[in-house]
Design a protein around this ligand. Sequence first.
Ligand code: ADP
Ligand code: MG
Length: 379
Amino acid sequence: MSSIQESQIISALATVMEPDLGRDLITLGMIENIAIDDADNVSFTVVLTTPACPMKESIKQSCIDAVRAAVPEAATVEVTMDSKVTSSCSHHGKNGGHGHGGHGHNHEAHGGHGAPRKIELENVKNIIAVASGKGGVGKSTVSVNLAVSLAATGAKVGLIDADLYGPSIPTMFGLLDTKPELLDNKLIPIEKYGVKLMSIGFLVDSETALIWRGPMASSAIRQLITDVDWQELDYLIFDLPPGTGDIQLTLVQALALTGAVIVTTPQDVALADVSKAVTMFRKVEVPILGVVENMSWYELPDGTRDYIFGRQGGEKFAKANALPFLGAIPISSSIREGGDTGKPFIISNPDAPTSAAAKLVAGEIARQVSIRNAACDSN
Ligand SMILES: Nc1ncnc2c1ncn2[C@@H]1O[C@H](COP(=O)(O)OP(=O)(O)O)[C@@H](O)[C@H]1O
Ligand SMILES: [Mg+2]
């Protein structure tokens, strides 16, 4: 028998704070499987709120330091890092009769305050909308690389391309001639690079989609969400059509979103548009997770940065609007080539600075989702 008590480990870990959630790991219920063997080897598991947690290593080290300091007689301290993604607040409390036990994958839930019913997917923990004030700023590029990065950390990820007039996910994933199968009246998403995909481009040719307007367009997009067998997902990334018109407004109102990510370039023109996106989300009370700045600079061969579109526009904009800044992605030919050739740059150039930047953005988004979700009691 070891002389070390489990309670000593618990009190040591009760001094380790989760930096974002502002409470200790024990209070947050993040410690599992504490074990102490006869040779005084201590082990336990830390269950994070996302596998993409940017603070994973520092939390791990803090745990080791705390146990070592409080229990110097421990021979070894072994920490296993695990995760269980938390669910969006929209899953909790606001919807009277929760349809557990039913066989539908989705159900409509009341949005509170007598608001219209919102589409909620029971097995999808978080829906993240990616929006921009206008087209061409890299919204789809950011969505794709966010989805692939999160999937690479081990999360279960889906991606919806809802751009009726210019679906890009079939091209960006090299799936131009792919058609999803239909099983029990549900579309089976196409899986590539660890991400479950659904695009309006898989279903209709662009000429057909072009003639759709208003309600037609909205109902087509709703089907991409509700008529798909997503199964269990930690994150469903929703690449919204560009802009802030009626279609976008209808969609963000109809969905039980965890939050929205706004993509912009540093240019002033883009920023004027991006204000409209912020206004739209605030109007319908969808939390804005933050701002991503794309095409931030061009890296010259000597390593210096050319700020082609101006400097830190996105960061300044985020600050001025009291929004989190989620990071900057530079201009790089590998990003464009990746999009054109159907291989996301994060897969084709995993070690490039652009990929590192995109991974940081993904981590920040996952982090903001965890912070949002911690604010609802049921998690
Ligand atoms: N950081 C970047 N560096 C180089 N090219 C980029 C970058 N981001 C996007 N692009 C390219 O710009 C074009 C528009 O990007 P896209 O993601 O389709 O924009 P949106 O979805 O906002 O219309 C695409 O050809 C894409 O490959
Ligand atoms: Mg796009």
